[in-house]
Design a binder for this molecule. Structure first.
Ligand code: AMP
Ligand code: MG
Length: 324
């Protein structure tokens, strides 16, 4: 069932479903989340089932206020507080030590918990209404392209969800930045909507996970956010005549296409003016549109890995990673 998030009754119904162990898809500023009461292990288990998500992949817990934070986390450092003051509510997830009452299923048995305070008014209203912390991964089958509108959720999960709150398209379009605060230095576990430069201005030096190519964070699998159609990222040299004769292919272009190969059946332009924020906002919907056309192959132009470009290229690389 899809309800408009603008109606107060939709929010009260969604809050009631969460409080009684159900699962609700709702908009955040990044992507749509699939949420449940983070302190109810049975409800959390339903999320893993609905998404077919492996149990070793921990969930992000969403909160509306500091009181809830204190109920989940035993202590905060000065640096944690500075980051929260600067970026919360907003698309920054912090990995922090956890209290014992957080169910192991939420954190995949880790001694830490990933927490975020979303800025989207519907997410905030739902959190306040439910009155519990909400564990929420993206509202899509595990491994597929993340959902940035209610229709994407309905297509992927359908009646496996008790309710979908439709709050329109997500304003940012790529997931939160995940920063681990559990070690000596802050460590970037997933690039996202808040850039590394912004974080370094507040937190000082930040380690970049995955620099060695290893899986540094649980759940950060090489292949993720993936279309069903195989996707290849173009290199600067390979920008011309990449489509083999007879292949039906689509192109994901970053800006007004500089690509001269006219054999593409379809071209999606993420931002005609080359604005990375606009590109991030359109990324997943454009990938889904190309994927739905049933082409033999998709090609994506790369962008500079500066600012939001780091998160965009991270998602494209995982989409392009081979099935293992
Ligand atoms: P998502 O797939 O968007 O729900 O994001 C969840 C991701 O957050 C997981 O795949 C992990 O990579 C990361 N994460 C969640 N909890 C933790 C944790 N306690 N420690 C490290 N990473 C975590
Ligand atoms: Mg996800």
């Amino acid at each position: 069932m899809i309800l408009p998030a603008s109606h107060p009754e939709s929010i009260s119904q969604a809050g009631e479903i969460i409080r009684t162990g159900g699962i609700v898809a709702f908009p955040t500023e990044t992507v749509y989340g699939l949420g449940c009461d983070a302190l109810n292990p049975d409800a959390v288990a339903r999320i893993f089932e609905a998404k077919q998500r492996p149990r070793f992949d921990p969930l992000i817990v969403h909160i509306a206020d500091r009181v809830t934070l204190d109920s989940l986390v035993p202590f905060l450092s000065l640096r944690d507080r500075r980051l929260m003051e600067q970026f919360w509510p907003g698309p920054l997830t912090l990995v922090l030590p956890k209290r014992a009452q957080v169910p192991d299923l939420v954190t995949a048995g880790l001694s830490t918990i990933a927490i975020r305070m979303p800025a989207h008014p519907v997410a905030q209203a739902l959190l306040r209404e439910a009155g519990v912390p909400i564990a929420a991964p993206s509202a899509n089958p595990f491994g597929y392209v993340s959902p940035t509108c209610a229709q994407h959720v309905a297509e992927g999960l359908g009646d496996r969800v008790d309710l979908i709150l439709d709050g329109g398209p997500c304003p940012l379009g790529v997931e939160s930045t995940i920063l681990s605060m559990a070690g000596t230095w802050p460590e970037l576990l997933r690039p996202g909507s808040i850039t590394l430069t912004e974080i370094r201005q507040v937190a000082g030096p930040v380690l970049k996970a995955n620099a060695s190519g290893t899986v540094a964070a649980p759940g950060q699998l090489a292949r993720h956010y993936a279309t069903r159609t195989p996707l290849t990222i173009l290199t600067a040299q390979g920008m011309r005549s990449v489509v083999p004769l007879g292949e039906r292919a689509g192109l994901l272009a970053m800006a007004a296409p500089c690509h001269t190969d006219n054999r593409f059946c379809s071209i999606e332009v993420l931002s005609p003016s080359g604005d990375l924020r606009e590109a991030a906002r359109n990324l997943f919907a454009a990938l889904r549109r190309l994927d739905a056309k049933g082409f033999d192959h998709l090609y994506a132009e790369p962008c500079d890995e500066q600012g939001l470009g780091l998160a965009i290229m991270d998602r494209l690389r995982r989409c392009a990673a081979p099935l293992t």
